[in-house]
Design a protein around this ligand. Structure first.
Ligand SMILES: [Zn+2]
Length: 261
């Protein structure tokens, strides 16, 4: 059976260290428990996430924090080495993302939603969707060192929630699936807590000491929608040329609750 969990490679790509932990770590833990191979990638090393360290210093700290969080998820971690507030949709970025997908050959991808509170997130979303298509096009050259062969399939694609779940106008963004992560929540919380520098930075920047509490509140709000303690919401991309079967729901069975939109 080709879709047996142990044959599947799940990849989560988001902009910054900690985005993945906030939005889909519980689901990744569930998929890992089923036997899937898990990889996580951040576009940047979070090099603008500090008021006291230089870009290189904070980048080194945050790469290490992201790697520690990935270890809790039993996932492989890659930093794609873009830079904070400098993720743009250009041909160089498109080639780099395409090369990454050709090399990692994921079966299912989680990424940032198309509409979110900041450009880094939205451009990451666009680059991932674009690269899913481009990776399979044989004549598309990535111009990277020792390029990987073209992909032979298009992965399933799921968008995670935007920050605070809203669009640019404060409207709640719909999801079509909420995964019950109640059992996984403690480990998700541990993974989130690995990002110690961000707890401190947000406290200084926004005067709030609620980094992990925000994660708890959001998971709790999504869980409440489907009558469980903690949840994570997803929206599947079902446009051409992605597979339209709901692999995530198939894999997770009763832990995946569909939501009427
Ligand atoms: Zn982010």
């Amino acid at each position: 059976m080709t879709n047996a969990p142990e044959n599947l490679h799940i990849l989560a790509v988001h902009a910054h260290p900690d985005d993945i932990e906030f939005q889909c770590a519980g689901t990744l833990l569930r998929l890992r428990q089923l036997g899937c191979r898990i990889s996580v990638a951040t576009m940047t090393p979070g090099d603008c996430g500090s008021a006291e360290h230089s870009q290189d210093e904070i980048a080194a700290i945050r790469r290490a924090e992201a790697a520690a969080a990935a270890e809790i998820l039993d996932a492989e971690y890659t930093c794609l080495e873009f830079r904070d507030l400098s993720i743009v949709f250009d041909n160089d970025s498109r080639r780099r993302m395409t090369e990454f997908l050709r090399r990692t050959k994921p079966d299912l991808i989680f990424t940032a939603p198309p509409v979110d509170y900041m450009h880094d997130h939205e451009i990451t979303s666009a680059l991932v969707r674009d690269a899913c298509f481009n990776a399979s096009v044989p004549n598309y050259r990535t111009r990277q060192w020792d390029p990987a062969p073209p992909a032979n399939k298009i992965p399933w694609l799921y968008y995670v929630d935007p920050v605070e779940g809203t669009d640019h106008f404060g409207n709640r963004q719909p999801v079509d699936l909420i995964v019950d992560i109640t059992e996984q929540f403690d480990r998700k919380f541990q993974a989130l807590a690995c990002h110690a520098s961000q707890r401190e930075w947000l406290q200084r920047q926004h005067g709030m000491d609620e980094y992990t509490e925000a994660g708890r509140r959001w998971s709790s709000a999504r869980g409440e929608q489907v009558g469980v303690q903690y949840g994570e919401g997803f929206r599947q991309y079902v446009g051409h040329p992605h597979p339209t079967s709901n692999l995530l729901a198939e894999l997770l069975g009763s832990a995946a609750k569909s939501v009427e939109t």
